[in-house]
Write a protein that binds this ligand. Structure first.
Ligand code: AMP
Length: 560
């Protein structure tokens, strides 16, 4: 693969903006792997990565990933070859991530939960050459990877983390016999030919129409995005940062892995199982953590008490923060909390420790880079709304993409004429002490945010309507106490026969759709409500989907 293979498919930043970002220092000329090495030279014996499996110092992480990189090169993988990642939060996943970057390969941030519907499409879109899967999970991803490579035009190498499997290359075993100096020389030879504007990583978007869009992130900005985030939160080499949600997500890479390593902090990498995660966090004296709304409830439980002993900073993200939760992690003294808004396309906003408490509790704060630009537009237009008024959050800046990968038609509507990305989120600006803080007020885009995993309504509707018994499907969010939202499908039968939940699940399973997208409630209706312009009235469906739950959770005797 060469950069020119992607000519016309990767939208470059306009030259004048690229020049500005380089001049301001928000862009870097060094590849991501060189930034990690720099950190390792500075923080050698400090802990870089702590998991339930053990601790790696910066030096160990750097040396092991040099060797893995050299071994990946030895397998015939070449600079800019995309590598699909389907692995969970473990030491070898991190080794694989940095090993790939050091070999000049491009990690593709797919999820362990993805199945053929997603992997088949994404792997072809980017021309994936290797597939990294975790062995030993409930679902046999190794077998799945072999199947995915069948008849695939480019996929030829299966890499594994965890248990060994025949015909694959286990990350933990790679490069053990390679001389460290030779491995370093290999990495430097790759870095020498890396252009700062080369694609470093492909992230995935959950929030657009149809199938997931691919987000190219480049060397010039991706590590600095994480560094700016770490600086905004005041992290340094004394920080012990915990992360519980999938590390390969953009939030995992930017707010945890690269963020911690850009300032010499220790990353305590836990898993989403909150009991084990909180125990690991307490054991290692965690000072900072990002809590996604899938864990809001768990933080209120007694299991979180031991974490509070050393905790200083908590970022809350993904949904409105209940006052009681905020108080739990913000005691007005040593412990402070703020909210974070972030997206794989770029833009991060954060509440900072110096912001007034009421601002941190009710807004997601301010952007992290000096050149970040935020505009709130009247939806569907390029007209800015006055401060305090709700409109669509649009943004532009040194690490917000100027375009999705190979998606010219979508890009034509996803950006304003002057390159602001239309997030599809509703927001308002609140000016406090001269600073423009943003609050998130809902969204325009048609998705379900299931504990941080985005489910695209249109994508699931199309899949449901592939069943001969389904004439029309409309998928909306319904509230869920633990995950925030789940998908509810309103269905109209084609023949008068209705399908049971297991039958619908079987249908989606046969289509190879990731489980987290499956609707968790079915409502069969004779017809769907329409708006006065004849479109399906999703607002009404959302209210209908929420109603039974609201009734169930209303205490007896409450209300009028
Ligand atoms: P992703 O690219 O998967 O990180 O998803 C980005 C999207 O998550 C945003 O466009 C929002 O819709 C949603 N999101 C992120 N942070 C927040 C937040 N603090 N509050 C509400 N929604 C959020």
């Amino acid at each position: 693969m060469t950069a020119s293979d992607w000519d016309g498919r990767v939208v470059p930043y306009p030259a004048d903006r690229a020049r500005r970002y380089r001049a301001s220092g928000e862009w870097s000329d060094a590849p991501i792997s060189a930034r990690l090495h720099e950190s390792a030279l500075r923080h050698g014996d400090r802990p870089a990565l702590i998991t339930a499996e053990g601790t790696l110092s910066y030096r160990e992480l750097d040396e092991r990933t040099d060797r893995i990189a050299a071994a990946l090169g030895g397998l015939g993988l070449r600079r800019l070859d995309p590598v699909l990642f389907q692995a969970t939060n473990r030491t070898a996943t991190v080794l694989a991530w940095y090993g790939c970057l050091k070999a000049g390969l491009v990690p593709v941030a797919t999820l362990a939960q993805h199945r053929m519907h997603e992997i088949g499409h994404i792997s072809r879109k980017v021309g994936a050459v290797a597939h990294l899967v975790e062995a030993g999970l409930g679902f046999d991803l190794v077998e799945f990877a072999r199947h995915a490579a069948d008849g695939h035009p480019t996929l030829r190498t299966v890499l594994t983390v965890g248990a060994a499997a025949s015909g694959t290359h286990r990350i933990e075993d790679l490069g053990a016999d390679i001389d460290p100096a030779e491995a370093r020389a290999f990495v430097e030879s790759v870095e020498a030919v890396t252009d700062p504007q080369d694609v470093a990583v492909f992230q995935l978007s959950g929030g657009t129409t149809g199938v997931p869009k691919v987000i190219p992130r480049i060397h010039a900005e991706y590590w600095n995005n994480a560094l700016l985030y770490a600086q905004a939160l005041g992290w340094d080499a004394g920080t012990r940062l915990a992360h519980l949600i999938p590390i390969i997500h953009n939030a995992g890479i930017s707010c945890a892995l690269h963020g911690a390593h850009s300032v010499g902090a220790a990353l305590v990498l836990a898993t989403p199982d909150h009991v084990a995660a909180f125990a690991l966090m307490a054991e290692h004296g965690v000072t900072d953590v990002l809590i996604g709304h899938g864990h809001y409830q768990a933080v209120r439980s007694a299991e979180f008490d031991p974490v509070l002993r050393t905790l200083r900073g908590t970022m809350l993200s993904g949904a409105k923060v209940p006052a009681e939760l905020f108080r739990r992690v913000d005691d007005g003294g040593t412990r402070w909390a703020g909210q974070m808004f972030g997206m794989s396309e770029g833009m991060f906003l954060v509440g900072r420790s110096g912001d007034p408490e009421s601002v941190r509790r009710t807004t997601v704060g301010t952007p992290i880079a000096p050149s970040d630009e935020v505009r709130i537009l009247e939806p569907g237009t390029e007209t800015e709304v006055p401060d305090g008024t709700v409109g669509e959050l649009c943004c532009r800046g040194p690490y917000t993409i100027p375009g999705y990968f190979d998606a010219p038609e979508h890009n034509a509507t996803a950006f304003t004429s002057d390159g602001f990305y239309r997030t599809g989120d509703l927001a308002a600006v609140h000016v406090v002490d001269g600073k423009r803080h943003v609050s998130i007020e809902g969204r325009i885009k048609d998705l379900i945010n299931r504990g941080g995993e985005k489910v695209n309504a249109e994508e699931v509707e199309v899949l449901l309507m592939k069943h001969p018994e389904v004439a029309v499907a409309s998928v909306v969010a319904m509230p869920d106490a633990r995950l925030g939202e789940k998908a509810c499908a309103f269905l109209v039968s084609a023949t008068g026969t209705t399908l049971t939940m297991p039958e619908v699940q079987q249908h989606l399973d046969a289509l190879g759709v990731a489980k987290f997208k499956w609707p968790e409630r079915l409502v069969w209706v004779p017809e769907l409500p329409k708006t006065n312009v004849g479109k399906i009235d999703k607002k009404r469906l959302r209210a209908d989907a929420a109603a039974p739950l609201a009734a169930e959770t209303t205490p007896q005797g409450a209300g009028a």
